[in-house]
Each structure stands twice: as structure tokens, then as C-alpha cells.
Design a protein around this ligand. Sequence first.
Ligand code: HH2
Length: 262
Amino acid sequence: MNPKLMGVVNVTPDSFSDGGLYLDAQVAIAHGEELGRDGAEILDVGGESTRPGAEPVSAEEERGRVEPVVRALAAVGHTVSVDTSKLSVAKAALDAGAQIVNDVTALRGDPDIGPLCAERGAGLVLMHMQGDPRTMQEAPAYDDVVDDVKAFLAERLEVAVGAGIDGERVWLDPGIGFGKTLEHNLELLRRLGELRELGRPLVVGTSRKSFIGKLDGSAVDDRLGGTVASSVLAAAEGAAVLRVHDVAEVREALAVADAILG
Ligand code: HH2
């Protein structure tokens, strides 16, 4: 149990847990460097919030936010992913030194991100989401959430490989909180092992999400306990990458859990 930690660097005014804190590029860069020192092996730089109800931003605006941050963090040797669904933003980030595109639409927003990643030899994260951020929490419904997410990810992996991406470079993510009820999120985390059958590394992001608040009554800036618990359990179920805001605390918890479980 030794997952990589992907530290979240949100260069946005409106992200659900840290919106506005790192909108200034220099502050975002310093935050990314701190997460690197805390143990993040990947820094995930995003310029558009995907929280429920978030308003989309233009490609120019998003690019302007992420490009300098990606460039500075990549220049000092960090592995950087760019959290975007827009081709022009992905392209600018790869030009600036990013090595991975984290696409929460799994190539449905801008299918040309597939050929771009293929051409550049970039990694690609494909995430499951039902609906879109503006409406996704209105009435999420599944036959069997794990089977449905698994079938979706298998299909999107095929699309990515069809676009010329080496399947070995693709990571899959069940999209905790994206068009899911509390019970859907819990079921996915409980049965994460079934998604490992897809044969690709799993990325899991539970960090500070609202399902934690529903369970323990915590406000968004007070969800460290639930983040740590869910991250450790996701790692025990085989998650290869944990996308988190609180890198140091999750790393410490993983070290203890790993020692106990052997
Ligand atoms: N969650 C968020 C954003 N991007 N990418 C992947 N692959 N998996 C996730 O679970 C995931 C993601 C939402 O978290 P955050 O970036 O903190 O918030 P916001 O979208 O409001 O910026």
C-alpha cells in the first residue's frame, strides 16, 4: 500500500474548499512547492472549479491562471498534471511542462485531448461523472453504481486507446462526488477493488468532499479526519493515486496504516 499523492493546486476564485486562496500565481506556486515538500509526487494544477453549481470559465481565463503555475512548478522538477477539459488549456500546459492531463469529462468535453496526449506521450486521467457540474447533484441515479462506473471507464479507456494513447499511460477515476449520492460514494469506496479489474491504476479523490460533511457534520474547511480515513481506506482497497489537499497529513496516516497492514 504505497499510493502516490497528487497534491491539489487550485488557481481559482471559487473552488469548493480553497477557492480564492491561491488565485495569485506566486501564491499558487509557493503552495505547490509546499505540497511537494510535504510528499506530493504529482501536483494537479486547475484553473476551473468543478464543484456542484460552478460556472464555466473561458479557455483564455483558465489558461491564464494555470500556465504560469504549471511552468514554474515543472521548471523546478515537479511532475505536474493539469486539471482541465479544454484542448487549448491542455496544450498550453503540456507546452509549459505538464506531463499528465486530468480530464474530469474523460474526453467527452473535448475529444481532441485524446490525440493531443497521444502525440505528446502525455499521461491521461479519465474520470467518471454523471451529468455536468452545474446539474450533477440534482438526481443522480444508477442501476448498480459500481457496475455502471466500471462500464463507463472501460468504454472511455477504449476511446483513449483508439485515439492513439498508450493504454499504459491512462489512469482511471470513479469521480467521487461527481453525480453521486452519499450512498453511491460509499458503495464505490467500499467496492473499489472491483474497478481494479479494469487493469489500470486508480485515482481517487475524496479530499474535503461533501459526502464527508454528510457523515460527520463537518464544514468544508474542517474535513481532515474524514479525508484521512477515506484516503487510507481507498489505498487499502488498491487506489494507486490519492488526489488530496492535505498532503502531509495523508502521507503520515498512510505510513502508519501501511506499517500495521504490512
Ligand atoms: N475532484 C475535483 C477536481 N478534479 N479530478 C479527479 N481526477 N478526481 C477528482 O476526484 C477530482 C478532480 C474536485 O475537487 P477540487 O479541485 O478541490 O474542487 P473544485 O473542482 O471546486 O476546484
